[in-house]
Design a protein around this ligand. Structure first.
Ligand code: HEM
Ligand code: HEM
Ligand SMILES: [Fe+2]
Length: 400
């Protein structure tokens, strides 16, 4: 939300209502704080109550919080819509961003209906979980990558828009029916094996386009010459990790023939971590680092030493966790699924990799604390005025 506001504000003319944006921040934070406090209370007291949790993974927020958060999100959408309408103007980038955000709000509603039939319940549960991350979020991410690439790499807008069309087209083509890769084993009709396998196997394509696009851009002459190198690293690194986590780790288990053995193992958790870190965390941190020095100091000169340490700690940490979980998952698949050992017995053989995962988890956590410190207490450096004021025109990027 903050990233959207900031980037739209910079697109031109400010926000439709800055006051509403502040209300948005406080109302949303309060809601999330109350929800998390409820979970902690339940965990610590050991008493379950539907006042605090609905009990369904990822969308366990209680009903009052569902309604509250949808209302706050409506407020956010209204402000975004009006900002684009009255200030920045509609173009494919702002249009796609708004459409993706509206999609999040829309699909959230399907998680609010409860079915007694478990197959039905999971069928719609995935409308939230899968269509959020592999549908709406991919659109939001693609438009945010475009907005940031324009600013951080001097990417020509027309070219960004061309790529955006390709990416969005591919995402919608593969991602929507790709939902079938979650419908193999929950009691849905058999044709989902074919539909899910086929469409989800194509899902890495748009992600690959994003990587090719941004890496090529980054290694052009002057590509990495923006004074805010750290934000550039988070952006390009994020695109790469997004591809690895979603496009590679997701792909390896997406065919029914493979998923039959790997479903719900540590391989799933390995994929979940890398994909979320790359697609969500790194992009959001790129927005944060882009905005931070501009907002705090009015220029791009940020002392980046601490930030880079945090970057590498987090990237190596999450990658290490992912590899450790992948090894643990492989053992699990063999012992539990192929040899038929009981769950806990198989877990006993995975201890070494859980230990490794813990060590890399510590690295990740250290990086996160350092990052918080860096964001809360950023240090400025003075930059040569020309360096960041000079418009970036990259050779070979001219569009007819
Ligand atoms: C932004 C992108 C993505 C994110 C954040 C993401 C995240 C996740 C998460 C958290 C799960 C675990 C769900 C559960 O609790 O059961 C999951 C499952 C899965 N994902 Fe992804 N994913 C992404 C993209 C992809 C892509 C592109 C593919 C395929 C090419 C894919 C294939 C799968 C499969 C097959 C499963 C089910 C694994 C199982 O059967 O246990 N994902 N994903
Ligand atoms: C110190 C670092 C971390 C530790 C110790 C940790 C630990 C865990 C644990 C124990 C689970 C439950 C796995 C299960 O149910 O089998 C989990 C799930 C998950 N974590 Fe983390 N986590 C860490 C960092 C992260 C980061 C950085 C992200 C993403 C930005 C992330 C995203 C997720 C997701 C999406 C799931 C659900 C995956 C699934 O259900 O398959 N975690 N984590
Ligand atoms: Fe999915």
């Amino acid at each position: 939300m903050g990233g959207t506001y900031y980037l739209l504000k910079e697109e031109g003319g400010g926000l439709y209502s800055e006051r509403l944006a502040w209300w948005n921040l406080w109302l949303f934070s309060t809601g999330v704080f109350l929800v998390v406090a409820g979970y902690l209370y339940m965990g610590l007291s050991g008493h379950y109550s539907s006042l605090f949790s609905e009990g369904r993974e990822y969308i366990e927020a209680p009903r009052w919080a569902d309604l509250y958060l949808v209302a706050v999100f409506g407020l956010f959408l209204f402000n975004v819509f009006m900002t684009v309408r009255t200030r920045t103007g509609w173009d494919p980038i702002t249009g796609l961003l708004t459409a993706g955000l509206a999609g999040l709000a829309f699909f959230y509603l399907f998680g609010m209906k409860f079915f007694k039939n478990m197959s039905m319940d999971f069928y719609f549960w995935w409308w939230v979980v899968h269509l959020w991350v592999e549908g709406c979020w991919e659109l939001i991410a693609a438009s945010m990558y475009a907005l940031l690439a324009i600013r951080l790499f001097g990417f020509p807008r027309e070219r960004a828009i061309k790529y955006l069309y390709i990416e969005a087209g591919l995402v919608l083509f593969t991602g929507i029916l790709g939902i079938g890769h979650h419908y193999y084993w929950i009691g849905t009709p058999r044709y989902w094996l074919l539909v899910g396998g086929f469409f989800s196997a194509l899902e890495p394509l748009p992600l690959l386009v994003m990587v090719l696009d941004s890496v090529r851009l980054a290694f052009r002459e002057r590509g990495f010459s923006h004074p805010n190198l750290l934000a550039q690293y988070w952006l390009v690194g994020g695109v790469i990790m997004h591809f690895l986590g979603a496009g590679v780790w997701g792909f390896i288990q997406t065919l029914p023939q493979v998923n039959r053995w790997t479903h719900g193992t540590q391989l799933t958790a390995a994929h979940g971590h890398l994909a979320f870190f790359g697609a969500y965390a790194m992009l959001i941190i790129a927005c944060i680092y882009y905005a931070l020095p501009r907002w705090r100091f009015g220029h791009d000169g940020l002392d980046q030493k601490r930030g880079f340490l945090a970057f590498w700690l987090m990237v190596i940490g999450v990658m290490g966790m992912t590899l450790a979980l992948t090894c643990a998952g492989t053992i699990q698949v063999f012992m539990e699924r192929l040899w038929g050992l009981p769950f806990l017995e198989a877990q006993g053989y995975m201890g070494f990799f859980y230990l490794l995962r813990f060590v890399f988890g510590l690295l990740t956590a250290t990086g996160v604390w350092l990052f918080f410190l860096d964001v809360l207490l950023p240090k400025p450096v003075t930059v040569e005025e020309e360096l960041y004021k000079e418009p970036l025109v990259l050779e070979g990027f001219h569009v007819a």
